[in-house]
Structures are given as C-alpha cells and as structure tokens.
Design a protein around this ligand. Sequence first.
Ligand code: NAG
Ligand code: NAG
Ligand code: NAG
Ligand code: NAG
Ligand code: NAG
Ligand code: NAG
Ligand code: NAG
Ligand code: NAG
Ligand code: NAG
Length: 463
Amino acid sequence: MLLAFVALIASFVVLLPNCNAQTNFTNPVVYSDFADNDVFKGPDGAYYFSASSFQFSPGGPILKSFDLVNWEFIGHSVPVLDFGASYDMSGTPAWVQGIWASTMRYRASNKTWYWIGCIGFWNTYIYTAPDVTGPWKQAAVLPGGTCYYDCGLLIDDDDTMYVAYGNTNVNIAQLASDGLGQVKTQQIFSGPTNLQGVEGNRLYKINGTYYILDDSPQGVTLIWRATNIWGPWENQTLQTNVGSPLPGGGLIDQGSLVEGPSGQWYFMSCSWDYPSGRIPLIAPIEWSDEGWPSLVEINGAWGSSYQYPATPQVLTNWTGTDEFSGTALSPQWEWNFNPDTTKYTFSSGNVTLYTATVTNDLYSARNVLTHRTYGPNPVGTAELDFSNMADGDRAGLAAFRDQSAWIEVIRSGTNFAVRMIYNATQGPNNSWTTVSNGTVAANTDLPSGTSKIWLRTQMNVML
Ligand SMILES: *[C@@H]1O[C@H](CO)[C@@H](O)[C@H](O)[C@H]1NC(C)=O
Ligand SMILES: *[C@@H]1O[C@H](CO)[C@@H](O)[C@H](O)[C@H]1NC(C)=O
Ligand SMILES: *[C@@H]1O[C@H](CO)[C@@H](O)[C@H](O)[C@H]1NC(C)=O
Ligand SMILES: *[C@@H]1O[C@H](CO)[C@@H](O)[C@H](O)[C@H]1NC(C)=O
Ligand SMILES: *[C@@H]1O[C@H](CO)[C@@H](O)[C@H](O)[C@H]1NC(C)=O
Ligand SMILES: *[C@@H]1O[C@H](CO)[C@@H](O)[C@H](O)[C@H]1NC(C)=O
Ligand SMILES: *[C@@H]1O[C@H](CO)[C@@H](O)[C@H](O)[C@H]1NC(C)=O
Ligand SMILES: *[C@@H]1O[C@H](CO)[C@@H](O)[C@H](O)[C@H]1NC(C)=O
Ligand SMILES: *[C@@H]1O[C@H](CO)[C@@H](O)[C@H](O)[C@H]1NC(C)=O
C-alpha cells in the first residue's frame, strides 16, 4: 500500500526587519514534545538543541536556532537505536527507554560533534559526527554498568572533557583525550536531603567559574558552583515551583543556561503539559553581583512573553505539508522503534509501507511512522493510496500514545471499508502491555473502484 502526504514546506529563512527593539516573543517557543533540552552555542554562532526521544528511531533529535525562539528540526544524533533487539520490538519492547536526558557539544580542537547518553538501563554510548547534520556514528560504548545518568558535557578551556551526571549523588567524570573513554570519576556532591535528590545535570564554565544546573528533582531548579571542578561546590536556588505560562501547564523541568546573541542569559526549560508532552520555554535570567543566576519572573510566574533575545529569524514553519521530496524522510519523521527497513521504501513523492506485522494490536505493529504534534489543536492529514493492500490489511492515521484512536482502511476480500477505532490502550502503571486493541466507533464501506482516500486526525490537547 502507498502512503503519501501532499505538501509544501517553506525551506527558506525569512529575515524580519529589525523594526522594533521592544518586539516580544511568546512562550512556548516550540509547542511540541522536546524534553530534557541541552542547548548551546555552536561554532557558527547558531544555537543547537539536543533532546530526548525514547524508543523513537532515529533518536536524539537536534533543533537549530539563531535567536533561541524560532527553531528548526535539522537532524538526529543516533541514526539507529543500536542497543539490542528490544529496540526492534523483539522480546520485551523497550518502551520509553532509549534516548533520555543526554548531552551534545561541538569540540573545536578536532572539529567533532559529540553526543553522550545513558541508554536503557544502564550503559553509556558516545556518538560523534564531523558535522551536526552527520554522518553520526557510534564511536564508543563505556564499560558495562557505567551510566552517565542525566548527563551534561563540558569541554573546558584546556580542551579537557568533563561530564556531570547522577541521580542524587552527582559525579564528575573526566574523559580520555579523544573523548571516547573515562579517565576518572568522582562524586562531587549529594543533593539536598530535604528535597528528593537531584537530576538533569548540566555543566558549564562561565567567566572562569564552574556551574552545575540541576533539578531537585522536578519543579525546583538548583545552581551549584565551584572554582575547582572537583570542589568544594556551593548551591543556590534558581527558581522554586514557578508557575507555567501554558494554560494547565505543569512543572518546569530540566533544561539549559545559555548566553543569547545580545549577551543576555536565558534559562531554557520545559513545562510538563500532557498529553502534548514536555514543551520548551525560555525566560531571561539575571546574575547577582555575587555571580548567582535567578529567573526573571513576571507576576511570580514564568512569563508568557518576554523581549526577543535578538532580531527574530523565522525558520521553516513547524506546520505545513510534506510532499516527501528529496531522497529520504525529513528529520520530523521518526519510527516507533527501529523500522524493518525491508518493509518500506521512500521515493520522491511517496512513502510505501508494506505489511510489516500481522496483528490486531497497534502497539505490536512495526513500522509505525510518527510525527510529533505541534500546537494546542494539532491536525494531521494524509493521503493514502490503498490500491495494493492485500486481503486483511489495515492502514491508517492514528493519534498515537498510550491511549490511541485512529482512522483506517481495511480490506476484506474485495470489500474496502473505512473505520474509526478508539481507546486502544497500554498500561497501566507503565507496564506498556496492551490492555485494549481498541473499539470500532464507526464503519462504512468505500465505493468500489476507490483507491485513494484523505484521512485526518484532530486533537484537543488542552485537557
Ligand atoms: C577527535 O574525535 C575523534 C572521534 O570522532 C577521535 O577518534 C579522535 O581521536 C579525536 N582527536 C583528537 C585529537 O582527540
Ligand atoms: C546548599 O547551600 C546551603 C547554603 O546556602 C547549605 O546549607 C546546604 O548544605 C547546601 N546543600 C548541599 C546539599 O550542599
Ligand atoms: C563575565 O565577565 C564579563 C567581563 O567582566 C562581564 O561583562 C559579564 O557580565 C560576565 N558574565 C557573567 C555571566 O557573569
Ligand atoms: C514584553 O516582555 C516584557 C519582559 O521582557 C514584559 O514586561 C512585557 O509585559 C511584555 N509585553 C507584552 C505586550 O507582553
Ligand atoms: C505556519 O503555517 C500555518 C498553517 O499551516 C499558518 O497558520 C501559520 O501562520 C504559519 N506560521 C508562520 C510563522 O508562517
Ligand atoms: C506516488 O504514488 C502514486 C500512486 O499512488 C503514483 O501515481 C505517483 O506517480 C507516485 N509519485 C512518485 C513521485 O513516484
Ligand atoms: C490484541 O490482538 C492480538 C491479536 O492480534 C491478541 O493476541 C491480543 O490478545 C489482543 N489484546 C487484547 C488486549 O485484546
Ligand atoms: C477504554 O479502555 C480502558 C482500558 O480497557 C477502559 O478502562 C475504559 O473504560 C475504556 N473507555 C471507553 C470509553 O470505552
Ligand atoms: C497500579 O499502581 C497502583 C499504585 O501503586 C496500584 O494501586 C494499582 O493496583 C496498580 N494497578 C495494576 C493493574 O497493577
């Protein structure tokens, strides 16, 4: 069967005139699920944003921006989830494992991009690339059991590479000179005992002082500093349970400190906002005379609007149409787990999906092609050519999560019907086992001779 999205993506950069220095942006800056951001300034002065993607493949999504507000999805650090058969859905599929709370940096001395993450439970993998858009390759796996939990990479002024990591007990690891092994690791502090530990570690050197940004564990952002990387470290609070600018938005959780293009510093974090996901926000920070940063709040909350960090540079629109031009799927597309590459083809204009799994369970089907939703009322539309479907085949367009609904075409003999299914369900308690294959809500036969159909899903995610 053929699945084709007809479309148009603006691939040009629009430079808005620097008309008004008071121009404000609004939060969220990306209304989509990109959790655990690691944001830094790259060698070209642009900003790069590495995020979590769990079992979706390729993993380690990378966004790019010139102004910290307008972001474009440019690629992935982990081309294939090369971590065992559970990432191919064999055995017990690795739901919500894979890529989480990882780190990425550019190292000028050997012109290499590094990505480091602890995968599944619990080994650390290092990927490298000569360019941020690749090709990325697996360059090292640290010895078994070495987990850089919620890690942040710093490349120091003398080119030494350090990683801060840990859950409650925070360690610094010093890496080998090629960045592909560990020389030593040492615990440098332990999270406050009156809170529930710390995580989400980021490591910086700012004006000669080392800083670690982390959470305790969610909702409270701590900042630590030291003049010697091995300590002693002292701490302050950057913000405490600040309100979300999203209607119904939850905790502010993890993120990055970054100096904007005009010298103002920012905290880029995200707000829990299910079912949309963890949604990126930015807000300015101020430095005290004593060298501690604090969040610039508006009426006691994370502001929904602040002055633009720089002249806005609007990039590719997050919404729009994808005509599947070029030679491969564009970066917005990820498969649920590694795809069976023998069961799909890409040709300019079409993605062709062959029967990859015989099942009634959407959560057991391989080659589910996914795209993050964008915005408070996301809409997805697809053109499906089903002329080559075999008897019994089903294909459709789903609002896909642990409780899913979809619209599909099903062939029975010579008959083709279109159906809406709802309430396919996984869980409970993060077990990820399927507890319902869904219920047919509507069903109608298609006129004979029909071979193409437009399908649409529309969501109200403002629960
Ligand atoms: C630069 O990084 C690569 C990893 O891609 C590594 O193999 C190489 O040894 C590094 N070079 C130096 C001088 O550290
Ligand atoms: C954090 O700093 C405070 C003083 O500001 C200190 O009392 C506390 O022990 C520090 N916490 C940790 C875990 O070091
Ligand atoms: C770093 O030092 C420069 C020069 O003294 C100063 O202008 C700047 O504000 C400092 N930055 C921070 C974050 O303290
Ligand atoms: C613009 O942002 C500033 C903070 O940078 C805020 O005080 C002001 O209220 C915002 N203006 C509007 C119209 O939202
Ligand atoms: C992006 O596209 C949507 C329609 O898909 C449109 O409503 C919106 O205004 C566009 N945004 C920009 C910044 O061009
Ligand atoms: C895409 O597939 C359709 C069949 O649905 C075919 O008519 C069309 O020529 C294909 N487009 C390209 C560019 O291959
Ligand atoms: C879902 O369908 C599969 C058959 O494809 C079946 O084995 C499984 O028991 C069903 N799950 C539930 C919860 O009904
Ligand atoms: C959806 O499925 C869940 C799990 O099987 C069940 O508890 C719930 O009642 C169902 N909801 C509806 C509206 O059918
Ligand atoms: C899920 O977890 C809750 C709280 O631990 C427990 O009460 C409930 O029985 C669990 N449900 C299942 C189906 O295991």
